[in-house]
Each structure stands twice: as structure tokens, then as C-alpha cells.
Ligand binder design. Structure first.
Ligand code: NG1
Ligand code: ZN
Length: 533
């Protein structure tokens, strides 16, 4: 049975604020930090139950609010293979978080144990970490109370990035098996990435220095440690690394700032030289945006779509050169927010699939390829090698030196890439590998294709649930008749494309538009927004 007395005693220390309704959304629970105490306690209990349900496998809990402002915080669960929590359990998380009293909470727990047939005699193990937010330490102790209340085994991974936590979960659960993911420690993570990177660039010239905007977040200390492992294989300059300055986190810097403003973070002015490569991490280092200044000091952004284009072309080429192209099918997954020019570039080279917004959709679609590449335009993404493909890479016997080299590169890419989740630092090393192999500067990479001018706007509506879509969010089914009006408008714009969808993370409807010039894309976005409002 559930240890009701201990749950009751500790739950009473973490009462739910009245009048608040929580929701486990696409990014877990996320809101202002000071209302999250009860949520963290309950997530501790839930993670333990999830572990029991999965026969004592270790479940991860990450305390972060990613690119959100410093006063926010959040929490999300990580399933045993390092992937996001199974969707059906999001509903359990929401239900538990909204129980008003301790009694109701215990009632919900008993219901969950019943309906999900959880064997309470199984062991429970939870590994958890947090980002650098000032609210994080207190929230972690609430989480620890939850883990303790149900008698689970907790492991504190300290202050680290979201992708490192995902790595740890997979490493712990695959330890000693043929699918072993690496040592289950931060050091194991650094060793795995840096060893693969050094092998991949060993025959290349040492690149010029890369500037990293750490968003004043947890990416800073983790990148600092990565530098020790990389040695002189890649010179890195860390900027916006002030993790203790109040209010600095994600403030006018970081990947989300770069993507939404399409500007250089002001703090990098004078720190990034014309022609030099720069990149921004977000607050938990799972998103990556590259950029450079041209000789006229003009800012050029290289987003997730450009990363997908660079990486896809490279992997397709290696598969072909290795002689494995009949056995290994490479494909790429995007969302409707991918720039139309990137979709065109990619479609000419490999299969491209469009899925609804949200990492879980991209990740699952990418699993259907032998090597599946996915990146959101905002810089979140990774590359997945299916297990049979990894086996093929291990057993294949190349017949020429060129095949052998390409095969070795593919094996090392499989080690370099964090396949559990988008990982800004792993993705950064991946980009640097391709740039080194192609001898590309930022400008040469940028010229793979020219972005279509685009505009994203938010519209506040009375009820965003009235807005329903189909065809990977590219077409509206409700309100009835609206899609036809949008089509009529879009037809009037050269190269026009526009779609409307409800946000999954904010109480707004988003309107995206593209056209052949900037003024037209802006005008189209605002006119479509006018139709929605
Ligand atoms: P919503 O709010 O559903 O548009 C946003 C991002 C997604 C994804 C999620 C989760 C855009 C347009 N949308 O989703 O790409 O990152 O947040 O964090 O960037
Ligand atoms: Zn993030």
C-alpha cells in the first residue's frame, strides 16, 4: 500500500495555493516560481510511481524554465530512455497537481495506482537536476520531500543542463547492457562528446575561436567544463556567463532572444568580430542559434533550419560515401515554422516530413527513419540513429579507404550526438565538425539557401481552443470559413505562405507568414492576424 502517513505529513508542508490551476503542457509545468512548491512535491511522488510502474527504472526530473524570464521556473519528467514523459502520464501529472487538499491528493494517488496497475512493492529511483535559477534550490528540496514521502531512492545531479540530465537518465538505465550510453556521470558525458569530437576533427585545421552566448545560465559552467575536455581542439570564448547576477538570465541574450528579435545580443557588440562565428544557448542549454556579422557589421542568423540543412547534407554524403546508402535511409523532420527555403533545399536532397509543433512529435517522426534528423526553427533538435542502424555501423566491412573513413565518421557522429533530446553543446560540436570538414565560414554555410522573409505574430483571442488545425497545423478546420479567407489573402502575395495555430505554451494564437520580401511578409502576417482577431 501507499505510505499514506508519511505522504500526508510531508504533503501538509507543501499546500497547494488555492485558485490556481496547473497544467503539465508540452514543456512540463511552467509558471512563476513562487507558486510551484506543491507542484514540485507532487512531481517527486509521481516520478517515484512512474519508476515503480516501469519496474524500478530510473526516472528523471528537471527543474527549469528554459528561456523564460528569471522569476519563472518549471519542472518536467524524463522517461527511462532519456525521452520526454509518455503523453498519457501528462494527464496524471495535471490531475495530481490540481488536488486541492492533502486528502484529495492521496485520493488521486490511490486512483492512479489502481487504474495504472502500479505494483507498489517495486523499487523506485529518481535522478534530478536544476538550472541556475535562484528559486531552484528551494524547489529541489520540495521535490526531495516528495521522493522521500514515498520512500523512493533519489539521486541529486546538482546544477546542470537539461540535456545532461537526459543523458544521465539513459546512461543509468542502459548501464551494463549492449545499448550502454556512456558513464552515468557528468564526466562520462564530457568524455563521450569530447572524444568523438576530437576524432572527427583530427585531420582538420584547428578552427578559429567560436563565441558562445551562455544566456547567463547553466550552459556557462557546463561549457566551461567542456573546454577542459576539448583542450585545444576547439577554441571557445564564453560570454554572458554571469550566473549569479540577479536578473541576468535570458535577459536580452540567449537563443530565444536571437530567434525572436533576429538581432545580436547587445552584450556581444564589440565582442564578436566581423566574420567570427557566434552562437547562443538558451537558459537550460537545449537550444542553439548560430550567427555572424558580415564585413559591414550586418547581423546574419543561422537558425535550426540552417543547422538541419548543414547537418543533413553532411550525413547524406557520408552514408553515400560509406557505401551504405541502400541500407541506411536518412530523413529529416520539420514543423510548419521551418522556413520555406529550407524545406525546398532539404527536399531536393532527402525525404522531409512535416509534423505538428512540439519536440515529442518531431522526435517520434524522426524515429521512423534509419537516421532521423529533426530541428525546430528555434534551434531545438538532434539526430537519431536507430538501433539496427547502429548495429549496421558496427558490423559493416568497408571495401575502400574512402568507405572506411566515412564509416568511422558516422560511428563517431553516433557518439557525438546526444540522441535523447536537443542539446545545444552537442549540436554546437556537430556544427563545428561539419564546418571544419567543409572548410565553411559562417557566410558560406549561410549561403546554402537564402531564408524567405517571414514574420511571426501573436494574437490574443477570447478562446484559443476554438482554433483547430489539420495537416500538421498548416490548415484550419475551425473557425469554419477562416482558412478560405486566409487562402484568398495568401494568393495575393508573391511566394506567400501563412498558417494559424493555437500556442501550446501561451494563451495566444500564433500567425506565421512568409513572402518574397520583408514588407510583404509583415503585411501578410498582420492581415491574417486581422482575420483571426
Ligand atoms: P507554442 O507556444 O506551442 O508555439 C513554443 C514554440 C515551439 C516549442 C514549444 C515548447 C514557436 C513558434 N513555438 O510552442 O517551437 O519550442 O514552445 O517549448 O517557436
Ligand atoms: Zn530550453
Amino acid at each position: 500500500a501507499l505510505p499514506v502517513d508519511s505522504i500526508r505529513a510531508l504533503s501538509d508542508l507543501h499546500p497547494k495555493p488555492s485558485n490556481l490551476k496547473f497544467q503539465y503542457g508540452t514543456a512540463g509545468f511552467r509558471t512563476v516560481a513562487h507558486v510551484l512548491d506543491s507542484v514540485l512535491f507532487r512531481v517527486g511522488v509521481l516520478a517515484a510511481l512512474r519508476s515503480k510502474k516501469l519496474d524500478g527504472k530510473t526516472i528523471g526530473v528537471m527543474v527549469t524554465a528554459s528561456h523564460n524570464p528569471e522569476q519563472d521556473n518549471g519542472v518536467k519528467l524524463v522517461d527511462p530512455r532519456g525521452e520526454m514523459l509518455e503523453a498519457s502520464w501528462e494527464i496524471h501529472a495535471t490531475a495530481l497537481s490540481n488536488a486541492q487538499t492533502t486528502d484529495e491528493f492521496i485520493g488521486e494517488l490511490e486512483k492512479l495506482v489502481q487504474t495504472s496497475k502500479i505494483d507498489l512493492s517495486k523499487p523506485a529511483r529518481v535522478v534530478y537536476a536544476r538550472d541556475t535559477r535562484p528559486s531552484g534550490a528551494a524547489l529541489v528540496s520540495s521535490l526531495e520531500d516528495g521522493i522521500k514521502a514515498i520512500g523512493a531512492e533519489g539521486r541529486n545531479a546538482g546544477v546542470t543542463t537539461t540535456p545532461v540530465l537526459h543523458y544521465l537518465v539513459r546512461a543509468i538505465n542502459t548501464k551494463g547492457t549492449k545499448e550502454s550510453y556512456g558513464e552515468d556521470s557528468e564526466e562520462g558525458y564530457f568524455l563521450k562528446l569530447s572524444t568523438a569530437f576530437k576524432k572527427l576533427v583530427s585531420t582538420r585545421q584547428t578552427p578559429s575561436a567560436l563565441v558562445i552566448d551562455c544566456a547567463n545560465g547553466v550552459g556557462a559552467p557546463i561549457a566551461e567544463r567542456l573546454i577542459e575536455y576539448l583542450g585545444n581542439s576547439l577554441p571557445l570564448v564564453l560570454e554572458n556567463a554571469s550566473i549569479t547576477t540577479p536578473g541576468a538570465l535570458n535577459n536580452s541574450c540567449g537563443a530565444d532572444y536571437v530567434k525572436t528579435t533576429q538581432k545580436l545580443p547587445p552584450s556581444l557588440a564589440g565582442r564578436l568580430q566581423p566574420g567570427q562565428r557566434g552562437c547562443s544557448l538558451d537558459g537550460d542549454a537545449d537550444r542553439l542559434m548560430y550567427f555572424y556579422l558580415d564585413e559591414r557589421n550586418q547581423f546574419h542568423m543561422l537558425d535550426g533550419d540552417k543547422i538541419a540543412a548543414l547537418v543533413s547534407a553532411f550525413i547524406v554524403e557520408l552514408v553515400k560515401t560509406s557505401g551504405l546508402d541502400s541500407q541506411i535511409k536518412v530523413g529529416v523532420v520539420q514543423t510548419a515554422y521551418a522556413n520555406g527555403a529550407s524545406t525546398k533545399y532539404l527536399s531536393e536532397r532527402l525525404p522531409v516530413k512535416c509534423v505538428p509543433t512540439g519536440v515529442k512529435h518531431l522526435h517520434h517522426a524522426a524515429e521512423h527513419y534509419n537516421i532521423g534528423i529533426y530541428f525546430e526553427a528555434n534551434g531545438h533538435g538532434t539526430v537519431l540513429f536507430s538501433q539496427p542502424t547502429q548495429d549496421v555501423l558496427q558490423s559493416y566491412e568497408p571495401s575502400t579507404p574512402a568507405q572506411s573513413t566515412a564509416l568511422e565518421h558516422l560511428r563517431n557522429l553516433n557518439q557525438l550526438i546526444n540522441q535523447t533530446v536537443g542539446d545545444a553543446l552537442s549540436d554546437m560540436l556537430l556544427v563545428e565538425v561539419v564546418l571544419a570538414h567543409k572548410a565553411y565560414s559562417g557566410a558560406e554555410w549561410d549561403s546554402l539557401y537564402v531564408d524567405l522573409p517571414n514574420r511571426l505574430v501573436k494574437v490574443v483571442v477570447a478562446d484559443r481552443n476554438q482554433v483547430k488545425t489539420e495537416d500538421a497545423e498548416r490548415r484550419l478546420v475551425s473557425p469554419v470559413g477562416l482558412q478560405e479567407k486566409i487562402n484568398d489573402l495568401v494568393r495575393r502575395y508573391d511566394g506567400g505562405r501563412s498558417f494559424v495555430r493555437p500556442s501550446g505554451t501561451e494563451d495566444v494564437v500564433r500567425v506565421y507568414a512568409e513572402a518574397s520580401n520583408k514588407a510583404q511578409s509583415d503585411e501578410l502576417a498582420f492581415r491574417v492576424a486581422g482575420l483571426v482577431y
